[in-house]
Design a protein around this ligand. Sequence first.
Ligand code: HOZ
Length: 433
Amino acid sequence: MKKNFGASGKCYTLAAKYIPGGVNSPVRAFKAVGKHPIFISSGNGAYIRDVDGNKFIDYVMSWGPLILGHADEMVLRRAAAAMKRGTTFGAPTVKEIELARLITEIYPSIKKVRLTSSGTEAAMSAIRLARGFTGREKILKFEGCYHGHADSLLVKAGSGAATFGVPSSKGINKSVAADTIVVPFNDIEKFEAAVKREKGNIACVILEPIPANMGLVLPRAGFHAKIREITKENGIVLIFDEVISGFRVALGGAQEIYGIKPDLTVLGKILGGGFPIGAFGGRDDIMGLLAPDGPVYQAGTLSGNPVAVEAGIATIKALMKKGTYGRLNDLGGALEEGIGNFLLRNGVNVTMKRCGSLFTLFFTGKRDVIDYDDASGCDTKAFASFFRGMLSRGVYLAPSQFEANFISLKHSFKDIKRTVQAAEGTIRGIKIL
Ligand code: HOZ
C-alpha cells in the first residue's frame, strides 16, 4: 500500500520554479489535501500512471471530458487523422457544421451554436450576449456555482475558488462585482425576492442546473421549473451552464432530464473529446445578435479547432450508442450502494451525492448538502485524510471537497469494487467531526 511519490515531489519543486504554484490550474496543486501533486505520465482507459510508476483508478478523468476513458482508440484515430490534415486554419471547416448540427439535434433549445476554445470563454460570451440582447447590466448567479473565471462570474464561485477560500477573487473591480447578484442554490424564495428587488435590471440568470463545483449538489424538485417561469415572466435570459452536465448526466444534459428549455446553454468538456473546446448556443433571436450578423462581438483564433471538433464528433457518436448512459448509471449505482451500505452499517457521517456517473462524498457530520453553505461546513481535514488514504490505495479522486468525481465507460465493476474496498479501509481510519 505504501507508495513512493519521490519523482512527483522533485517535479513539483522544479515546476514551482517556473510556474506559479507549480501548476497551470490551482486545484491541481493538492494544497487542500496536504500533499504535493502527483505528476501524470500516462493514461489508459480508467487508469493513470504517475512519474513514480504508481497506477491509479482515475475518477478525475481530466475533470469530465474523458467519458470514454483515457486514450480511447477511436478518438485517437480520428484526432490523428484530423491532425494529418492540418491542426488549425483560422477559417471554417466542414466538420464544424457537423458538430453544430449534432448539438442542435441533441439539444432542442439550441437553434444556433458557436464554438470557443474553453468553457470560460463560452460562459463569458453568453453573458455578454444576454446583456446585448436585453440592454440590461446585472446578472444573477448562485452561490458555489462555477462558470469559469471571467471577472463577473468569479463572485461567490465554486471549484478552486472555493477550495482556496477566495470564492470572490482579488483583482475584480468593485463595479463589476456589484453587477453580479448572488443567491443561494435551491432557495427559490430568495431568488424570487432578488428578481423582484432588481426589477428590470437583470439581463440573465446563469446556473449549473446540477451544480458540480461545490461538490455535487442536487436540485430540489421543481427548482428549475420555477426559475424558468420567473425568468420568462421578467424577460430575463436563462442560461444553463452544462459544461459538466452536458453529455454527462444524459446525452441532452440536465435540460433533457428536467424537461426545461433554457434560452442559452453553455457546453464544453465532453464536447471536445479530451481536446480544448467550449460552446454556447440557444434561441435564434438571441444568437442572431452575434457578430458578424449583429453587434455583440466574440471571436477566437482556435475556436472550432478541427482536431477538437473531430474528437468531439467521435465522442458524441460513441455516446449515442444504445446502453451507454445505462451503463454509466449502473456503475455509479454500484459505487453508491457499496459505499452507502458501508457508511450506514458503521454509522459514519459522510453523505454521498450522485447523479449518474457524477459523485461527491461530503464529510458533513449529519447534515444533508443542498447548497454552498452546507458544502463549506464540511470537515475538510477529514476529507483531506480520506483523499490521501484513497491515493495510497491506488484511487485518484478529485483533490478537493468542492469538486465532483467522474466515472467513465472504461471503468469496470471490478474497479468499482476495488474503490469501495479502498473507501472502507480508508474511512475506518478517519476521525470525522
Ligand atoms: N475547474 C476545474 C474543476 N472544476 C479544474 C480544472 C483543472 O484544474 O484542470
